[in-house]
Design a protein around this ligand. Structure first.
Ligand SMILES: C[S@@+](CC[C@H](N)C(=O)[O-])C[C@H]1O[C@@H](n2cnc3c(N)ncnc32)[C@H](O)[C@@H]1O
Length: 441
C-alpha cells in the first residue's frame, strides 16, 4: 500500500519550483511527476501550501534553527506542504507528518528528514502560541508578502484586510453561457441533469456559478461549445464595450480569447472583430476557443505598440485587457504572491501607458475604448487613466454612464478616480478594473 509520500513529493517539487525557481504553478504541477490518480490531491496541496505559504513561512521561521533563506527550496517546500496539511487540510495529522517526512527522501533531501519531522511535531505541540505570534501582523494573518500588504493598504485603506482575506478564499468555477448555442436557463437544466447545482450572478446574465467545482473538460456542454470558463467580473468587459451590429472591434490583448469569444457570442452581425496578441502560442488558444464555440474572428499575432499590428483602419470599439500584476486574481493563482516583485510594476505601468497611447489614434471619432486590468493596484488603474486623460483632451471618461447600463451591479468601493473597481471580497468575483473612454467628435 502507498505511504502517501509520492503525492507529497510531487506537491513539494511543484512548490519548490515556484518559490525557488520562479516557475508558474501550472507548469510546475505539470512537471511534478504526480501520478494521474493523485493529480487532484497534489494540486490541492500545492495550491493550499502557496496560498497560505506566507503565514506558514513565518511559522517555519519560528520553528527552524536555520534562517529561511539558508534552506534549499525543497526543504522550504517540505515545511510549507507539511504545515499546510496540519493547519488547513483534512489529512490525519500522523499521516501528514509521516508522509511528508518520507517525501523528504523522495526529493533528495534525506539529511533534512529529521529536521522536518522535528519542526512538524513541534508545530503540533505549540500551534496556538506560534500562530498567535505570526497573526499579529496583517501579512501573517492574511498570508501575503509585506510589499503587497503595503501596496494594498496604501490603495485601499480600511478595506485592505478584507481584500487580502478574500484572496485566500477558494474561487467559484464560473461558466459563461454561449448565447449563440443555448440560454442560461437551458444550460442550468442540462447541468442539473448531470448532477451539478448552479447559481446565477445578478450583474452578469451569461454567468452561472457551479456550486461544486469540476473538471470542465468532462462537461459535454463545454466540449460541445455551449459554455466556457470565465469569472463574472471578466464578463463585464462586453456590456461595458457596448458594441453593436455593424461595428469594427479590436481586442488588442486577446489571448486566450475569453473576451473576444464573449463579444462574438453576445453581439451578432459585427462587421469585424480583430483579436491581436503578441504571443503566437496563445493566439493558437484563441483559435481553439473560437472553433469550440463556433465563432470567427480575424486573428493577428503582433505587438499592440506597433500601429501596423492591427492591420490598419479605425475601430468603433477597442478593448485593452492589459498585461498587469494580476493582483486581482490571486485567489485563482496563489503563485502570484510568490512570483510578482514590486519592481515589476514600473515596467507594467509603462507598457500600459504606451498601449493606450499607441491604440487611441486607431479609435474612430465617437468610438469607445475600454481599458481593463485584473489588478487592484491604483498605479495600474486610476493613475494610468488619469495620466492618459490629462494628456488627451479628446478622451472623455464615460465609465459612470457605461456602468449604469449594467443592471444589478452591487455598490462598489469608490476607486477615488476614474473607472470602476471590483475588488475581491465585494461581489464574489475576481478583482477587475475597467475604464471606458470615448473619443469626442
Ligand atoms: C490579461 S491577458 C488577456 C486575456 C484575454 N483578454 C481574455 O479575456 O482571455 C493579457 C494578454 O496580453 C498579451 N500581451 C502582452 N503584451 C502585449 C503586446 N505588447 N501586444 C499585444 N498583446 C500583448 C499577453 O500575451 C496576454 O495574452
Amino acid at each position: 500500500m502507498s505511504d502517501g509520500s509520492g503525492s507529497r513529493a510531487a506537491a513539494v517539487r511543484a512548490v519548490a519550483a515556484v518559490i525557488g525557481r520562479g516557475q508558474l504553478l501550472d507548469v510546475a504541477l505539470a512537471d511534478s511527476g504526480a501520478e494521474p490518480a493523485d493529480r487532484a490531491f497534489v494540486q490541492a496541496l500545492a495550491f493550499g501550501s502557496l496560498r497560505f505559504g506566507h503565514r506558514l513561512k513565518e511559522v517555519a521561521a519560528l520553528l527552524a534553527t536555520r534562517k529561511w533563506d539558508a534552506l534549499s527550496p525543497e526543504v522550504q517546500a517540505l515545511l510549507l506542504v507539511g504545515l499546510y496539511q496540519l493547519e488547513y487540510a483534512d489529512t490525519a495529522a500522523h499521516a501528514a507528518v509521516s508522509a511528508t517526512v518520507a517525501a523528504a527522501r523522495r526529493v533528495g533531501e534525506v539529511p533534512a528528514a529529521g529536521f522536518i519531522n522535528a519542526c512538524l511535531r513541534r508545530f503540533q505541540r505549540e500551534r496556538e502560541a506560534l500562530l498567535a505570534m505570526v497573526d499579529q501582523s496583517v501579512g501573517g494573518r492574511t498570508s501575503h508578502p509585506a510589499w503587497m500588504v503595503d501596496a494594498i493598504e496604501r490603495d485601499w485603506h480600511d478595506q485592505a484586510e478584507r481584500i487580502l482575506q478574500a484572496n485566500n478564499i477558494h474561487p467559484p468555477l464560473t461558466l459563461r453561457v454561449n448565447a449563440r448555442r443555448t440560454t442560461p436557463e437551458a444550460l442550468a437544466e442540462e447541468l442539473a441533469l448531470a448532477g451539478h447545482v448552479t447559481h446565477t450572478v445578478p450583474f452578469a446574465p451569461s454567468a452561472l456559478d457551479l456550486e461544486k467545482p469540476t473538471d470542465v473538460r468532462a462537461l459535454v456542454a463545454f466540449t460541445e461549445g455551449r459554455c466556457s470558463v470565465q469569472d463574472a467580473a471578466a464578463q463585464l468587459a462586453v456590456p461595458l464595450l457596448a458594441a453593436r451590429a455593424g461595428m469594427r472591434v479590436l481586442d488588442a490583448c486577446a489571448a486566450p480569447g475569453g473576451k473576444t469569444c464573449h463579444l462574438l457570442e453576445a453581439v451578432p452581425d459585427l462587421a469585424e472583430v480583430v483579436a491581436l496578441d503578441i504571443d503566437a502560442g496563445r493566439v493558437d488558444r484563441i483559435r481553439d476557443n473560437l472553433d469550440r464555440l463556433g465563432l470567427a474572428a480575424t486573428l493577428r499575432v503582433g505587438d499592440a505598440l506597433d500601429p501596423a499590428a492591427t492591420g490598419g483602419g479605425l475601430f468603433d470599439r477597442i478593448l485593452i485587457d492589459a498585461p498587469c500584476s494580476g493582483t486581482g486574481v490571486i485567489r485563482r493563482h496563489p503563485d502570484i504572491k510568490w512570483l510578482r516583485r514590486p519592481r515589476d510594476l514600473t515596467a507594467l505601468v509603462e507598457r500600459q501607458q504606451r498601449m493606450l497611447q499607441a491604440l487611441w489614434p486607431q479609435l474612430a471619432p465617437g468610438g469607445r475604448l475600454v481599458y481593463a486590468t485584473c489588478s487592484v493596484l491604483r498605479a495600474e488603474n486610476v493613475t494610468v487613466i488619469r495620466k492618459f486623460l490629462a494628456a488627451t483632451p479628446e478622451a472623455v471618461d464615460v465609465t459612470e454612464s457605461a456602468s449604469l447600463a449594467v443592471a444589478g451591479l452591487p455598490p462598489l468601493p469608490a476607486p477615488r478616480g476614474p473607472g470602476l473597481a471590483l475588488v475581491p471580497g465585494v461581489a464574489g468575483t475576481d478583482g477587475f478594473y475597467y475604464a471606458c473612454l470615448e473619443r469626442a467628435g
